[in-house]
Design a protein around this ligand. Sequence first.
Ligand code: ADP
Length: 334
Amino acid sequence: ESLVSAAGEAEERAIESALRPKNLSDFVGQARVRQQLSLVLEASRIRERTADHVLLSGPPGLGKTTLAMIIAAEMNAPLRISSGPAIQHAGDLAAILSSLTEGEILFLDEIHRMSRPAEEMLYMAMEDFRVDIIVGKGAGATAIPLDLPPFTLVGATTRAGLLPGPLRDRFGFTGHLEFYSTQELELVLRRSAMLLDLKINSAGFAEIAGRSRGTPRIANRLLRRVRDWALVHGVEEIDARTAAAALDMYEVDARGLDRLDRSVLSALITKFGGGPVGLSTLAIAVGEETETVETVAEPYLVREGLLGRTPRGRVATAAAWAHLGIEMPESAVR
Ligand code: ADP
């Protein structure tokens, strides 16, 4: 069984990478970040220097990794990929940094989850292209300075606020990725459907886009589920009804809320009378880590006007009660 799911995951990853836009002009939406980034890259090409370090922030699945790959392609530079959780010791980072070649793009995903000593090593590397390799321990420890070739760091984080100030300050450019509009997601889906050779009418695209939680990764994932459904049911051209039927089966509701979103809202309403309740208490009630609730579920729920942040904690809005079909008592905070 694990073999089957491993093969399934490998296929998913292969499709995901096939659907990834390869250059800035194929990258849908995020007009502002795209323009700013394009200027940063163009300027560094003219100056014949490596580009400034770039920080990309935003919820998962909005295109941070894709943009890092595009930056490397546009700069015609090799790309190295690692992540904060993979770098637990300063030595792990030193090994990566010391093997970079000139102009290389280093992508660090979840950069806010790096260990403290690694973070401090990164400050110096970003600023002076230098690291101190510590040899030995205790009083006998010595620092051996090592020069690095100029490189461009592309850091990604689900929330820029999670980064310590000194690290944030060392990025020359910060791009905040926003949730995509339904129209933008339709463009993502049209492109993917073409690459996957799928027949879908306009209403079908709109239905899938509307349930994609403002997120291209989710749009592409839902598209594949709809594709499977259509295949099994012998549907030739996918319309809104087919898409809705398929996605209802996968527990994605008409507003795009998934199971985590709904369990956050339903805990807030059924266990805490709609709030206010502290984020960490809420996270415990749904059995998730605080960071997951804060960076994965909350931003979308807030954007959809279903969840409110108040100084005393999170509250469910009237729209949230309505969405879950529970009558809002007079006593609930509005
Ligand atoms: P993140 O690193 O922010 O979690 P990714 O860059 O891995 O997100 O994007 C997830 C998937 O969504 C990619 O495989 C890509 O196909 C798709 N995608 C993301 N952003 C866009 C975009 N702007 N246009 C088209 N497809 C996109």
